[in-house]
Every structure is written in structure tokens, then in C-alpha cells.
Write a new protein. Structure first.
Length: 626
């Protein structure tokens, strides 16, 4: 598919940012974190201090340095400091299981981990570079104030970062992205959307999510301002809407589920926003009713990007005109500058418009492959039959329209999208099969009641109590997988359905009513709830409300929480919190505060609040006990 050639700039990512620290925008705010403002000059000084500390720690050209830090100005400066030494950064989430962090450190051959935690986390055999606020490396318990600027060591062909994503063999795999590929993306952004990078941009994405690079560095390379959202705003869509309003945010990079949640929240509780651009990615973009209403109310442009860890953003589509006329499923558009896209058959032959085939990527945006996994790299990055270089086989099914616009049709293998991130089902399945009471397992994403749930279909061994199994298996996976990768529901089978060739027939794994397993709460018809509540003894009312909450949580999450369980630790997110609140309002026939589930995140706390609310509204203390 023809497009513009790649950009002429042959520099590095950190050089694009550093020019502002020593130029006319030196005192302009680069980042805002709460009440704190960090200018481009200060950001440059922070990055220089990190680089100097890394040099003293022995970091040299071509190495990999872990950045194990929460979202913060210091984390961004650490990334810049790592790149300016000639090394590549490897972002890791401090909330991930330590076993996973240790695996990433070992696989990447990381010798130094940059962190701000006190005490620092266990980092395998790697040494630790501690940073205080302002990125002052701590040596002998004291921060280093001054440091010389390092001489540039990075070439455009050198690695800039390695980001680890889910792997089908049961272990994560790290894709290595070069400065040249990333600079191509950034300079395309400057050309295609002039001045959008200078908007006030919200920093929402986890640093270990590849979309965060585009979010952060398209802002900083353009001289804009990056505004860090607090954790409550990232979790609660109502709080996010207020954050966007109060911070006068003009641009957001939102994974598809986050956009849907924000749209629903602003539909229910309107907020005047100044958004001009909304960039989304992560999974198939569906233009739902709330999304259409959002863009009727907010005159922002909607950009749907298609990308992955192996090639950053390859294509983009911008919605234009009346939102009512937008397609129900957004296309992924056309390739960006320097990127070539092909829809091919099994023999890697180009297919004509209208035919479905595998989407393959070539050109300037490709990564170098998977870190220290040459066999896997050779499987996915193959010789390009259409031109020089390699061709990345995405495993995605796509179709090219007659006008050249691409439509994304889903996955061709077991890789799935859930919660806005790509997940290898095989990684979860491999770990489930390590449990002594699991005979077989297959993990899929299913649309259930309007939500995309990660469901584990399990064949249990004899003796496994399926009533307790969801809790047992989740506890088994918890130290090994991040929350976003753990199944939200379980379906138990006597045997896996098989294809004629003896492989698991995933097409037949479709949960039906009653197939999702979790301990059930006591049944009580919602329509009769208020009558039952009014007639109940005072000491029984909390039990009734608790049962109601547990049953509706089962409907939303696919599992029933214990009374003292934190609902969010079980997988409740912003969208499902809205659904739970709506279900409770329907049963209670009264309005609940829009943030009620966030304020009372356990069943017991929420039940106590609801009982008090109902008693106060009725003005009754219930029947006497005698």
C-alpha cells in the first residue's frame, strides 16, 4: 500500500526533547504532576543527572537498563537519561508480581535498575540506582547534585527501549524498538497533526504499555505540556472527566475501554471539556451510542490508531463529519509515513481489496524483533517479498476497502485483546496447567452482557471443588501474572472440545447462561427487594442488601465476592462499577451517588451505606424483634 516515505530526520528521541531544554522553550512547562511544574530546562537537567549516575554504575552503549518507577516526571527523565547514555530503557510496573519483574530483568540482561522505591525492590542480580526527587542519584545515602552532560552515544539504528508483552510460551517477550523507528513516528505526528503535540496532554497510560511512548514523547518532542493524571482519575471515569476539565486538557491517548467509560460517565454527569484530539488504540474501536454522544458534546477529533509492541503505530483513521454517520466499527485507516502495509494469504501473496487476509507490516516502524529470542523473531519477522527489509506477520485478520482504508477483523490465533492490551492466551494457559488440579485449560475473551471478559475454560482433576476453584486458581496466578491478565471468570468442563486434528476447538468454547462459575449469592427477585427489606427485622436487612450486592457483582464480574473483598482487587473496573451501580439502582428504585462504588469498595461497606440510605429514606427502623 503506497504512502509517504519515512521522515528525513536521522536523530534520536532524546535529542528531539533536549533541544527544548536548551532552546526558546526552556522555561516552558514540560510536565505537570499535581501542584508541581517541571520546565524543559529542569527536565533536561534531571535527565543529565540520571545519565551521569548510570555512567558511574557502569552502563555503556547498547545495554539495557530497567526503569522500575511509578508514573512520574522522574520516570520520564530516567527514560531520557538512559537513552542519552546509548543504552535502551526497559519500563517495568512496580505493581507487577516480583516473579515477572525478575524474569524481565533476567531476559533483558539488565545490569542496573533505576528506581525511586525505598527500600528498593529485589532486582535479581542487577544493581540499583536510587533516585531522589528531581532525579538526583543517591550514593552513600546522599543525592548527587551536579553532573556533566554525557556525550551522545546513540545512533538512529540503536535500540531506544524494549517493552515486554505477553508471550505464548508462558513467558513474556521483549520487543526492541530503535530510535529510527520511533523518530519516524514522532516526525510523522508533527507533519500530519501540526501543533497537536503542543497541546496540554494527559499522561494516562502505564509506562509498560507501548502506547505510553506516543503519549509522552509526541508531547515532549513538540514542546507541549504533559499532565500526569492521579490514580483515582485513571480508575474512576467520573474523576477522569473532572481531571480533564480542571487541568484544561486538550489531548488524551485513551485505550478503547477508557474512552467508552469516559463517554458513559460524561453522558450521565455532563462536564464541559476542552478536548481537541482523542487518540485511541488497544482493541477494536466500536462507535457506541455513548461514544457518539460524547463527540457530539465535545468538538474533538477522534483518531483510531492501529499498533502493537512490535511496530508502534502503523496505521491511523480519523473520524470526520457527523458522529451519527460514523461506522459502528471504526476502520484502522491508512499507514503512516514510512510504513507499508500488506494484506496477504497464507503464501504471503498480496490479496485484492475486499478479500480477508493476514495483516503484515514493513518499513520504518518495525522493531528489531524479540530480545534474545531469535527463533521467535524469525517466525514473526520474515523476509519481505514486496521490498527490502523484513515483514512482520501480525496474526491479525484484515481487509482492504476499495478506497485503500483498512478494516481490522480480529485475531487469527489465540492472541486476544482485553482491557485495552494484547494478551497471549498461551501464557495464562501454561501457568494454569502448572496447577496440580488442572487437567486442561483454554483462555478466551468473551462478550458477556456488553463486557469483554477474560474467561478460563478449565477441565478440573478429580477432587477439585469447582465452587472454590475460581478463588484457588486466582490465588495461584496472582504472584505470577498482573491483574489485567488473570481470568475474570471460569467455566468448568468435563473435557475440551477437539477439532478433527485433535486440537482444542476454541470456536466451540462459548459460555452459555450458567456456565460461568462462582459461588452464588442467595437469590432474591429484584422486583420484590424493597418489600422484603421493609418487612425484614433490622438485624436481617444488611444480609439482604449484602446478598443483592453479591448477586449483582456476580452478574457483572462473573464471580461472587466475599463480604470483605475489595471489589476492585477482583477485577472491577470503571465500566463495570457503573454497571453495578445501575443494577443496584434498578433493584433499590433510588438514586445512588455516581462514585458510590469507589467510596465503598467492599461488599460490607457498600451494604452498610445502602442500608443507612434506605432506612433514612423510609424513616423506619424495621419490625421489632419481639
Amino acid at each position: 500500500m503506497p504512502n509517504r516515505p519515512s521522515a528525513d530526520f536521522r536523530g534520536t528521541v532524546h535529542a528531539l526533547v533536549e533541544r527544548h531544554g536548551r532552546g526558546t522553550r526552556a522555561e516552558f512547562p514540560a510536565m505537570v504532576h499535581g501542584t508541581r511544574r517541571v520546565s524543559y530546562r529542569e527536565l533536561d537537567e534531571m535527565a543529565v543527572r540520571v545519565a551521569a549516575g548510570l555512567r558511574r554504575s557502569g552502563v555503556r552503549d547498547g545495554g539495557f537498563v530497567g526503569v522500575l518507577m511509578p508514573r512520574s516526571p522522574e520516570a520520564v527523565a530516567a527514560m531520557l537519561g538512559v537513552m542519552s547514555t546509548g543504552a535502551a530503557y526497559v519500563p517495568m510496573d512496580p505493581a507487577d508480581p516480583r516473579e515477572r519483574i525478575a524474569h524481565v530483568i533476567g531476559t533483558a540482561g539488565i545490569e542496573v535498575v533505576v528506581t525511586a522505591e525505598t527500600p528498593p525492590p529485589a532486582a535479581s542480580a542487577a544493581s540499583v540506582l536510587m533516585l531522589s526527587e528531581g532525579c538526583r542519584p543517591v550514593t552513600d545515602g546522599r543525592p548527587v547534585e551536579h553532573a556533566p552532560r554525557p556525550a551522545y552515544a546513540s545512533a538512529p539504528s540503536a535500540p531506544a527501549y524494549a517493552i515486554f508483552t505477553s508471550g505464548s510460551t508462558g513467558v513474556p517477550k521483549g520487543a526492541v524498538m530503535t530510535h529510527a523507528a520511533l523518530v519516524n513516528l514522532l516526525t510523522w505526528h508533527e507533519r500530519a497533526r501540526p501543533h497537536s503535540g503542543r497541546q496540554r496532554t494527559a499522561q494516562l497510560c502505564a509506562l509498560s504499555f507501548d502506547f505510553s511512548f506516543h503519549e509522552i514523547f509526541s508531547t515532549l518532542c513538540s514542546g507541549g505540556t504533559l499532565v500526569f493524571a492521579d490514580e483515582e482519575s485513571r480508575r474512576n471515569p467520573f474523576a477522569l472527566a473532572r481531571f480533564l476539565r480542571d487541568e484544561r486538557i486538550e489531548r488524551i491517548f485513551a485505550p478503547v475501554p477508557m474512552l467508552e467509560q469516559l463517554a458513559r460517565a460524561t453522558e450521565e454527569s455532563p462536564v464541559e471539556l476542552r478536548l481537541r484530539d482523542v487518540v485511541t488504540t488497544g482493541e477494536q474501536l466500536r462507535i457506541t451510542g455513548p461514544v457518539r454522544q460524547f463527540f457530539r458534546d465535545v468538538p474533538a477529533r477522534l483518531h483510531n490508531h492501529y499498533g502493537a509492541t512490535e511496530f508502534q503505530d502503523a496505521t491511523t483513521w480519523t473520524a470526520t463529519g457527523d458522529p451519527e454517520q460514523w461506522p459502528a466499527i471504526a476502520p484502522i485507516g491508512r499507514p503512516i509515513d514510512g510504513v507499508r502495509v500488506h494484506v496477504v494469504d497464507q503464501g504471503l501473496r498480496e490479496l485484492p481489496p475486499g478479500d480477508d487476509g493476514e495483516l503484515c507490516i514493513a518499513g520504518a516502524g518495525l522493531s528489531q524483533g524479540y530480545l534474545r529470542q531469535p527463533e521467535l523473531t524469525a517466525q514473526r519477522f520474515v523476509p519481505n517479498p514486496f521490498g527490502p527489509g523484513l515483514l512482520y506477520r501480525t496474526g491479525d485478520l484484515a481487509r482492504r476497502r476499495p478506497d485503500g482504508v483498512l478494516e481490522h477483523l480480529g485475531r487469527m490465533d489465540t492472541q486476544i485483546k482485553a482491557h485495552g492490551v494484547r494478551i497471549e492466551a498461551g501464557e495464562i494457559e501454561t501457568l494454569l496447567l502448572q496447577h496440580p488440579q488442572v487437567a486442561d485449560a483454554a483462555v478466551l475473551a468473551h462478550e458477556i452482557d456488553g463486557r469483554r471478559l477474560l474467561v478460563a475454560h478449565v477441565v478440573p482433576c478429580a477432587g477439585l471443588d469447582t465452587g472454590e476453584a475460581p478463588h484457588l486458581l486466582d490465588a495461584f496466578l496472582a504472584p505470577r501474572l498482573p491483574r489485567r491478565m488473570r481470568p475474570e471468570a471460569y467455566a468448568f468442563l468435563s473435557a475440551m472440545p477437539l477439532t478433527a486434528s485433535g486440537k482444542t476447538d476454541r470456536c466451540r468454547l462459548r459460555p452459555v447462561d450458567g456456565a460461568l462459575h462462582a459461588p452464588l449469592a442467595p437469590e432474591l427477585d429484584d422486583g420484590s427487594f424493597l418489600i422484603a427489606f421493609a418487612q425484614a427485622r433490622a438485624d436481617r436487612r444488611c444480609d439482604l442488601v449484602t446478598a443483592l450486592i453479591r448477586r449483582n457483582t456476580m452478574r457483572v464480574l462473573g464471580q461472587t465476592p466475599e463480604p470483605d473483598s475489595d471489589l476492585f482487587s477482583l477485577g472491577l473496573d470503571s465500566l463495570s462499577a457503573i454497571l453495578l451501580r445501575q443494577a443496584l439502582q434498578d433493584a433499590l428504585q433510588c438514586e445512588l451517588d455516581q462514585a458510590v462504588v469507589f467510596r465503598y469498595p467492599t461488599v460490607n461497606a457498600l451494604a452498610g451505606h445502602v442500608v443507612s440510605l434506605l432506612v433514612n429514606e423510609s424513616g423506619s427502623d424495621g419490625e421489632d424483634e419481639g
